[in-house]
Design a protein around this ligand. Structure first.
Ligand code: AGP
Length: 607
């Protein structure tokens, strides 16, 4: 799971390789490297840690080549050391790889028997050695060497190669992992995504499964799996390159949390005509065509699916399931022709979700993708696309993308309820108008962020934190716990408060902070009873509730944070915000790397 880039040009490429890698760092950041061909030789540099350490290293090198490749890594095979960092090199070949070669051990043994030596523990080095053998022993031309090698590979890959002595050739190929081409004037580009290419070119295309491409500065030849030269659809990008500016904020995550009132307005403004109370939506199916909805995602996106499950069953009366993408595909789930499958993803590149989508496509055409990155693989695979319009999210911990997923799912929920006539016109208007309250409510909570910050001292001194919610706030408790784990490295667990007595209550003692979400909705009293059980065991309750809930919880705890009153259907969206702030301020207190936490990547492109 990594980001790869390649440039062939009449100008030097090193600086642009680094600029491109900066945009690809969301795909992994435990090491990075570049290689260029200059004066007929391969020059390379690699470094562990963030891209900055590679940049520092390169200050003392002058790589003046006009063809080169770059890589930013999230370790799969082999620790994140310099030796395991890409590019991997032989005498004649340098290669960067995104993906996993499942049968690499088989080739490694073959090569070892033939006397080949290996430096790294990676699967990628095997590819470099196989291509090298084809070139130096079997005297194949580079294109042929690559094609013969990839024929034997199992797994997923996007690969980009350069060759000693060839200063105007770059070869790339893909299967399972995405790869886009960018077309320039006397230069051409290849990269894992369109966003990084948008720095250099607005004219792009995507390679299809098994394509191999040979790029020179003047020409791009794409070969399909049969070896025939083919054209792939050219697209003109209309978005500007991603702005990597934090503005007045210390971290992207902080910026992304605080810009949510504007983001919510932007999303609503895009789809909702407030004065006419009408929706202007992309082409979407009619709910009357379906007997069941299956919502699928990973991590935070899965939690938005879980929230939507409550919404769809309640408002539309449609049986709805929320599924973890990584589990869905391998348990042979039943998919019927009259099911609607909704895939939710910020990046649109998550390998588990793409895998589940491809599985579902074998059984049904009813595939809707709710995605933030509009130029993503999922957008190309789905029948319908409903963009979340949150703008680029850089912080690894998802905040504004989650909130925009909830809003889109709520809009879809209202549309489906109208299709099925399970709500009246008046209810529909109330729901749509209700959504417009959100930016103000978010701004109100954000203005009290310092009160939440004070609460976070309690967390840094604990080993573990419990998050409790019931009904539609159960998924929000899960999301709150995930946020805290991701960026502060503190153990946290989200639990349905009614489940506490069935086991986890054993964890409660005076050192256990318990974050409780309990506004005065239909399950208020039940949850209050569950929280009394926590209090009886001396757990430290930090309660988020509304005005009425505060009044009724006075004897429960002194740590009460009052959130604005709101309609029931807005509750999960509203109660997400303080939990984002808790995670952020706790991480700040602990001094962890908020935007690029250890072991994670923004986009998880391996299964
Ligand atoms: C969220 O904070 C996480 N970084 C992670 O769980 C993420 O939501 C998950 O990997 C799914 O990503 P996607 O939305 O890009 O598919």
């Amino acid at each position: 799971m990594c980001g790869i880039i390649g440039i062939v040009s009449e100008k030097q490429v090193l600086d642009r390789l680094i600029d491109g890698l900066e945009r690809l760092e969301y795909r992994g950041y435990d090491s990075s490297g570049v290689a260029v061909i200059a004066r007929e030789e391969i020059f390379h540099s690699k470094s562990t840690g963030k891209l900055n350490s590679l940049k520092n290293k390169l200050k003392h090198n002058l790589f003046d080549g006009c063809v080169g490749i770059g890589h930013t890594r999230w370790a799969t095979h082999g620790e994140p050391t310099e030796i395991n960092a890409h590019p991997h090199l032989t005498r004649n070949v340098a290669v960067v790889h995104n993906g996993i070669i499942e049968n690499f051990a088989e080739f490694k043994n073959e090569l070892l028997e033939r006397g080949t030596r290996f430096n790294s523990q990676t699967d990628t080095e095997v590819i470099a050695k196989l291509v090298e053998e084809k070139i130096s022993k079997e005297k194949c031309q580079p294109l042929e060497a690559v094609r013969l090698t990839i024929e034997r590979l199992r797994g997923s890959f996007a690969l980009c190669f350069i060759f000693r002595g060839l200063e105007d050739l770059l070869i790339a190929t893909r299967k399972g992992s995405p790869l886009a081409l960018g077309f320039g004037d006397k230069e051409n580009f290849v990269s894992s995504d369109a966003a990084s290419l948008s720095l250099f070119s607005k004219k792009i295309c995507y390679l299809e499964e098994g394509d191999v491409v040979a790029l020179t500065k003047d020409k791009v030849n794409i070969f399909d799996t049969s070896g025939k030269i083919v054209n792939r659809d050219i697209q003109i990008l209309n978005s500007d390159p991603v702005n990597l500016n934090k503005g007045k904020f210390k971290h992207f995550m902080e910026k992304e949390i605080f810009e949510q009132p504007q983001v919510i307005s932007q999303v609503l403004g895009f789809y909702l005509n407030a004065s006419k109370e009408t929706l202007s939506l992309p082409t979407l199916p009619e709910a009357t065509e379906f007997k069941r909805i299956i919502l699928i995602g990973c991590g935070t996106a899965f939690y938005s699916c879980l929230v939507a499950k409550y919404w769809f069953e309640k408002l539309c009366g449609l049986p709805t399931h929320a599924e973890l993408a990584s589990e869905f595909r391998y348990r042979s789930p039943v998919v019927n022709k009259d099911d609607l499958l909704v895939f939710v993803s910020q990046s649109g590149e998550t390998a588990d979700t793409i895998g589940a989508l491809k599985y579902a496509r074998e059984y049904s055409k009813n595939i809707l993708a709710i995605i933030n990155v509009e130029q993503s693989s999922m957008a190309r695979l789905a029948t319908w696309v409903f963009p979340t319009k949150a703008g680029p999210e850089i912080g690894v911990a998802s905040t504004k993308a989650f909130v925009s997923q909830l809003i889109i799912l709520k809009i879809l929920n209202i549309k489906f309820a109208s299709d099925l006539s399970t709500i009246s016109k008046e209810q529909r208007s109330n729901l749509l108008i209700g959504l417009l309250e959100l930016p103000r409510l978010y701004a109100e909570i954000l203005s009290k962020n310092q009160n939440i910050r004070k609460l976070c001292k309690k967390f840094t001194r604990s080993n573990s934190v419990l998050y409790l919610g019931r009904d539609i706030l159960y998924p929000i408790a899960l999301e709150g716990a995930l946020k805290l784990k991701e960026i502060s490295y503190l153990h946290a667990e989200g639990y349905a408060s009614g489940e506490l007595k069935h086991g986890p209550i054993a964890l409660i003692d005076k050192s256990m902070p318990v974050v409780a979400l309990n506004p005065s909705t239909q399950v208020f009293e039940k949850t209050l009873s569950n929280l009394e059980e926590v209090k009886a065991r001396k757990g430290k309750i930090i309660l988020f509730t509304d005005e009425k809930g505060k009044e009724l919880s006075k004897d429960l705890t002194k740590s009460i944070f009052q959130l604005p009153n709101c309609s029931d259907f807005l509750v999960p969206i509203l109660y997400t915000l303080p939990l984002q702030l808790i995670a952020y301020y706790t991480a700040l207190e602990k001094g962890t790397d908020v935007d690029q936490p250890r072991n994670l990547a923004k986009s998880v492109t391996v299964e």
